[in-house]
Design a protein around this ligand. Sequence first.
Ligand SMILES: Nc1ncnc2c1ncn2[C@@H]1O[C@H](COP(=O)(O)OP(=O)(O)OP(=O)(O)O)[C@@H](O)[C@H]1O
Length: 400
Amino acid sequence: MAEQAIIRIQNLYKIFGTHPEKAMTMLRDGRSKDEIFRSTKQGVGVADVSFEARRGEIVVVMGLSGSGKSTLVRCINRLIEPTAGSIFIDGQDITTMTAEELRKLRQHKMSMVFQSFALFPHRTVLDNASFGLEIQGVAEEERRKRAHEALELVGLAGWEGSYPAQLSGGMQQRVGLARALAVSPDILLMDEAFSALDPLIRKDMQDELLSLQETMRKTIVFISHDLDEALKLGDRIVLMRDGRIEQCGTGEEILANPATEYVRRFVEDVDVTKAVTAGQVMKRTEAVAYGSDGPRTALRRMQKAGLSSLFVVSRDGLLKGWVTADMTDIALKNGNGRIDEIMQAEVSTVRVETPAADIIPLMAAGQSPLPVVDDRGRLVGVVVRGSLIAGLAERGGNAQ
Ligand SMILES: Nc1ncnc2c1ncn2[C@@H]1O[C@H](COP(=O)(O)OP(=O)(O)OP(=O)(O)O)[C@@H](O)[C@H]1O
């Protein structure tokens, strides 16, 4: 896993003020942000934060106002200078980078999308979208082509000649997203990017980001103060309080096992007993392996579906077990095996009518996807990480 981390943050601190040393000592002694401010007049932005973001995942940094979300994310591109700690991007510590290295990193590796859209009012949509490329010195024709592609991606083809004021808020934020995507960054930093939008538009943008992400597979660090948004978007959630990380984990882990009383109170409004069932949130199984398949066939099917494991079924659809790409690789190297000889037969299942409250602990324990079977044991669908709690969050949001 470790080598997959594209962002690795280690013991990061940011103290605002001219004399951070005293505040650092007090923080290490476990003193609170309030105490430190009262006695030193130094502001604690981020305190001893460590976490990783893996390639292709959405990490949502969540917390109340003043908890340190923006400071943390601005340290990742060094818009804010950290007081102590390390930030590795692709294995390179950016806190020791020269100004030139940093400039390259910001231009090519990561882009930021702001809550306020931050568009230039006197530039057309196309020129706004191509701004990052202009800074990079990309030639005009290439710039226009790539900006146009990015606008197409976010559903704004045809609006290239318009000006920001002629667009709705949602459309303006699409331009902001297109501008960030046009430079083909590996990492997107999104600071409350959807918070200024009307609730319905906001939901559309969340759905669209998720659907874009299915093909883009960027690493996204998304700041939000909204739990529903965090549950819906985050592969993992970093929950902050007073500059520190209170808990970091998948939505399922946080709901099933809140690390502290604070987290428990934070998530208590998400009603896991609500009538959300596996059947309502399951997806059709895109690909399966058959017991009689050889490892090569199963592997090919996995690759085609972009999956790293498959459920194994009999010809009449009964769930028999599961197999991973690693298992098929080993079988191939040993030159033998039918899938039913190499598969793992033990697998937890849920039924169409199984309620969320019973599924979340299974997923929190690391089981994903979970197979859904009918009363005869036939595989009828899968519940994948995130979809269940996204369902809960959306229903919760509507009910309140
Ligand atoms: N430039 C600054 N100078 C002094 N203190 C600052 C500065 N920027 C942030 N802080 C302090 O650092 C702490 C964390 O602020 P930050 O903006 O990162 O929180 P946040 O979780 O993003 O909040 P919000 O959701 O309101 O933006 C706050 O106590 C804030 O007052």
